[in-house]
Design a protein around this ligand. Sequence first.
Ligand code: ADP
Length: 194
Amino acid sequence: MQFIFMGPPGAGKGTQAQILGALWKIPHISTGEILRACVVAKTALGLKAQAYMDRGELVPDQLLMDIVQERLNEPDANAGWILDGFPRTVAQATFLDKLLQELSGAEGSTPNPKFGLKAVNLDVPDEILVSRLLSRGRQDDNEETIRRRLQVYREQTEPLIDFYSGRQQLVAVDGDRAMELVTAELQQSLSIDS
Ligand code: ADP
């Protein structure tokens, strides 16, 4: 069970990843949450990341790759995981492939985890995203930063839809519906033995 939750900011991937992670008893790994915790703790990484996050820009790939590598090596990640907010660039996706290949060779882990990998794309129209984010009111949820994050998503993250659909690993879900309906559809389309 290895799932990537993609979608523009505000699509609801964090909410869904949290619900399904608890249901399936696998960790929900949100790179945004990890980064925000580093910002609060004022670690070197947090201080570096904060400026990018406040502007709505992506934090440099290498920092994220280090974070994800470390997190996926934790013992609780052995049974599976939901990655929320990573990968966000083609370079990050390529890195994840390599990392999973390495991990599958490691003792005690499941063989060929790449075959179990599925990427979900939650789609929601831009106007809905902007109003959802404005009502959420996180530090990086002001109108200017939101617009920039949407633009960055279209430019750098959306190409991953083709990346995963080309490998028959993509599950597209309409995120512009009631939360419970989205959860139900995800449960159905990610059914574990498929
Ligand atoms: P959103 O609701 O915008 O999807 P996230 O919590 O996933 O928010 O991410 C917040 C911010 O953290 C992003 O705008 C970006 O600056 C940074 N970030 C999170 N994940 C990544 C990543 N994989 N690569 C680069 N930057 C990231």
